[in-house]
Structure formats: structure tokens, C-alpha cells
Design a protein. Structure first.
Ligand SMILES: [Zn+2]
Length: 205
């Protein structure tokens, strides 16, 4: 492909570890991309309200808003936007990752060349990639934390609000966005956080 196009491509990288974030940003800049960074999902959403990148690379396990939540919002709102998930855990067998990301790398188990090749492949494909499911109707997917409230992010205006978590897990819920009035449909699922806490799922180092 015409590599001069890549210089116009903007990549948003999200990771809560500042060293990993800056290292990843430096590597991706060396590929010729323009890079913005965010230290969690809320900062990423703020950036997405301002300017839409051409790709998102996100850590999956982060405090405040996990990569799973962020990427489910991105998939719902911007289904054409290519996404890469990166995590220290081996999650593919148990997670609905294919619905959330276009590619998954396990932390420390890929080379910069592999990342570069996958990014260019996904960006080259993005104008023609099929929309996944009915993005406008697909519910958001929110991992359940053991708290009395959950954070729901509106896929229309990308603003987040806390609501009481008194529903049964796995039920489809609806709530109205306090900021813009849009109806938000969401699913609460505790399986991912349980899996993240299950050390047996980690691959041997
Ligand atoms: Zn809204």
C-alpha cells in the first residue's frame, strides 16, 4: 500500500501503565503513525469526543474503565474503526473478544514487526470491512464489578454516568442518557472479571 497514507493515520493508544504506554507510543510513531495516548477508558472517551482516530490499541485490563467497556462502546458507536486489544492474560478462549477487537496480542508475545504488519493490514481493510452485527442495536457490554453501581457510557454522546446496579447479571437493561436523552441498552456480565481474577487462565511466563 501507499505508505505516505500512513502518516495521516491517527492511532489512539490506551494503557494504564505509563511506561508501557510511552513505549508503545514510541514504537507506533516509529511506524509512521500519528499517536495520541490515554491512561484509561475515560480519557480515551474524552479524546474520542474531540477527534476520531483511525485505529485504537487498548490494554484490556485497566482500573476505572476497562478496555472491554471502552471497546464495546467503540464497536457500537464506530463499528468501522479497527481495534487491537492487548492483555497480559490469555483470554481468547473465554472472552467474546472477536466481537470487541479485530485482533488480540498477548503482552510480551509479539514483535514490533508483527504489530506494524497487523496495524497496516487492519487500516488497509477498514473502509471495506463488514459492519459487525447490527451495531445500532447491539447492547453495550459492561463487566460487573462488585459495587452497588455500574458506569454506563452513552454510545451517542460518549458521556458516562453511574447508575444503581440492582439487576440480575445477564439481563438486557435499558436506561436513558442523562446528558442527551438517548436510550442506552446494555448487558451486565460478571464472567470477564471473574476470569481476570482467575490466575489459572494466565499462560506460563
Ligand atoms: Zn448521551
Amino acid at each position: 500500500m501507499d505508505t505516505s497514507r500512513l502518516f495521516k493515520c491517527r492511532v489512539l493508544i490506551v494503557d494504564d501503565d505509563p511506561i508501557v504506554l510511552q513505549t508503545c507510543a514510541a514504537i507506533v510513531r516509529s511506524f509512521g503513525f500519528s499517536v495520541r495516548t490515554a491512561e484509561d477508558g475515560f480519557v480515551a472517551l474524552k479524546i474520542l469526543r474531540e477527534v476520531l482516530p483511525d485505529m485504537i490499541i487498548s490494554d484490556l485490563r485497566m482500573p476505572n474503565m476497562s478496555g472491554f467497556e471502552l471497546l464495546s462502546i467503540v464497536r457500537r458507536r464506530f463499528p468501522h474503526l479497527p481495534t487491537i486489544g492487548i492483555s497480559g492474560e490469555f483470554l481468547l478462549a473465554t472472552m467474546p473478544l472477536g466481537l470487541l477487537v479485530d485482533h488480540f496480542f498477548q503482552k510480551g508475545a509479539y514483535t514490533p514487526d508483527q504489530l506494524n504488519a497487523k496495524m497496516k493490514e487492519l487500516i488497509a481493510d477498514s473502509p471495506i470491512r463488514p459492519h459487525i452485527g447490527k451495531a445500532d442495536r447491539a447492547p453495550l457490554w459492561i463487566p460487573r464489578k462488585d459495587a452497588e453501581y455500574i458506569v454506563v457510557t452513552c454510545p451517542e454522546c460518549l458521556r458516562s454516568s453511574s447508575i444503581a446496579d440492582e439487576m440480575e447479571a445477564g439481563d438486557l437493561q435499558e436506561t436513558e442518557c442523562l446528558a442527551c436523552g438517548a436510550m442506552i441498552r446494555y448487558l451486565v456480565d460478571s464472567s470477564v472479571l471473574k476470569a481476570l481474577n482467575d490466575k489459572s487462565l494466565k499462560l506460563p511466563a
